[in-house]
Write a new protein. Sequence first.
Length: 149
Amino acid sequence: MEERTIKELEKKIKEEGNLHIFSYKGIIGLIMRPHLVKKIYDDWKRKLIHWCGYALIPAETPLGKWILENKDKIEMEVKVHGGITLIEEEDGIVWIGFDTAHWGDISFLGDTHAYATYKDKEYVLSETKKLIDEILRLYSGIKFVGGDA
């Protein structure tokens, strides 16, 4: 990656921030950079710059229970960037999400692959909303209401 391009990317990353929480169709969405999770940062020993997108659903709700019981179906049928990379329950919340650290993605500064592109905050926000839409499409037994934020 050229020096000018690295500087441009560093500027964009700084402008975007590292975390965005929103509500979409009554479901909490979260996009974040993985370096915010200390264990991931310690394991990689470098600042990962790619985004991850998640839908957060209370585990005790019918939708939360359905997601945990239908992981394989969701992983096969939900089409988001790179596919579903996480479905798990932690502290009563079902996390379902994806990341942008696949072949063709820039995941850390200095990634020199000519084919790699940076998936920006707006792209990942859009993909996270698509994730929520796909989950609700698959699980049509419940209607959520809420605003887009």
